[in-house]
Design a protein around this ligand. Structure first.
Ligand code: MEV
Length: 305
């Protein structure tokens, strides 16, 4: 039996724009997906998860596999199949916290084994797996789930960044799930219909990502929170925020260093940058506004045992 786990992720700045070539800053959060695998029926892949128990014969087309299991089946097939795979996760699903990416990364780590754990091979396999359900994925989410910590992602590769030692995130969920591929497709239509405006927003976000990296280096939470709040304005400008997210951003902004939606938007979660001085008040504020919320470390460990 082989096992691996990977963390969920939050995007500190740059979601959506990263699909169009802008950089992004991400961190791993303190919730994880765990995958175990052992030998099974030759050629077949059996997947057990919260979504059910599915046996996929070798002859089945990948497109016929349940969407929730398809990425794991993809990784298992790349390893030759004949595997029983089991997936467990405490990452809330479908709300922008990387639950699918973390499963892809953990599956790559468990199925491909020690040589690929944490290595570019695991990231590449996880991204191929994720693209079986979300073809336009930028690769930022799988990189963050594999690398852990805080990363700057750009042009398909990433660099580790300083994680501010005192900082954490309040993660507040609207409770409404979204389909990332649908939201990304609608942003693409918007980008094509108003290329000049979208281009200037991309430039603005690129500048914010650079400024936020500098704030991370100097541990300046006030500046980092301000850049996150400005990023939220850009996300609202491309139509991916909504009334529920706006309400949580308003509630969290009053007490935290800065708040924004994280991930695809149109439902999903808000993150607020906090430290020990304002975490409890921010949790109370977003819960008072109707969210399910938890505090997460900023920069959990990446792919591992
Ligand atoms: C989703 O978590 C992040 C997006 O930028 C899509 C992607 O980067 O693949 C919306």
């Amino acid at each position: 039996m082989r096992a691996a786990s990977a963390p969920g992720k939050a995007i500190l700045l740059g979601e959506h724009f990263v699909v169009h070539g802008t950089g992004a800053l991400l961190c791993a959060i303190g919730r994880r997906a765990r995958v175990t695998c052992s030998g099974g029926t030759a050629g077949a892949v059996r997947v057990r998860s919260a979504y059910g128990d599915e046996e996929v014969p070798a002859a089945s087309a990948i497109s016929s596999v349940t969407a929730h299991h398809r990425p794991v089946v993809q990784v298992a097939r790349e390893a030759g199949g004949g595997l029983d795979v089991s997936v467990e996760s405490d990452i809330p699903a479908g709300v922008g916290l990387g639950s699918s990416s973390a499963c892809c990364v953990a599956a790559a780590g468990a199925i491909l084994g020690g040589a690929a754990a944490g290595a570019p091979a695991a990231i590449a396999a996880a991204l191929r797996a994720e693209r079986t359900v979300f073809a336009a994925a930028s690769g930022a989410d799988t990189a963050a789930c594999a690398a852990g910590g805080v990363i700057a992602f750009s042009g398909g590769s990433h660099e580790a960044c300083e994680a501010p030692p005192r900082a954490s995130l309040v993660v507040a969920s609207t409770g409404r799930a979204h389909t990332t591929a649908d939201v990304v497709a609608s942003v693409r239509r918007r980008a094509e219909s108003d290329a000049a405006r979208f281009g200037s927003l991309c430039e603005r976000v690129a500048g914010l990502v650079d400024d936020a990296r500098a704030a991370l280096r100097s541990g300046d939470l006030v500046a980092l929170g301000r850049h996150m709040a400005e990023n939220q304005e850009c996300l609202a400008g491309i139509g991916v925020s909504d009334a529920g997210l706006d309400r949580l951003v308003r509630a969290a902004s009053a007490t935290s260093y800065g708040a924004k939606l994280t991930g695809a938007g149109r439902g999903g979660c808000v993150i607020a940058l906090v430290d020990a001085s304002n975490a409890a008040r921010t949790l109370k504020a977003v819960r008072g506004a109707g969210a399910e919320a938890f505090e997460s470390e900023m920069g959990a460990r990446g792919l591992g045992a």
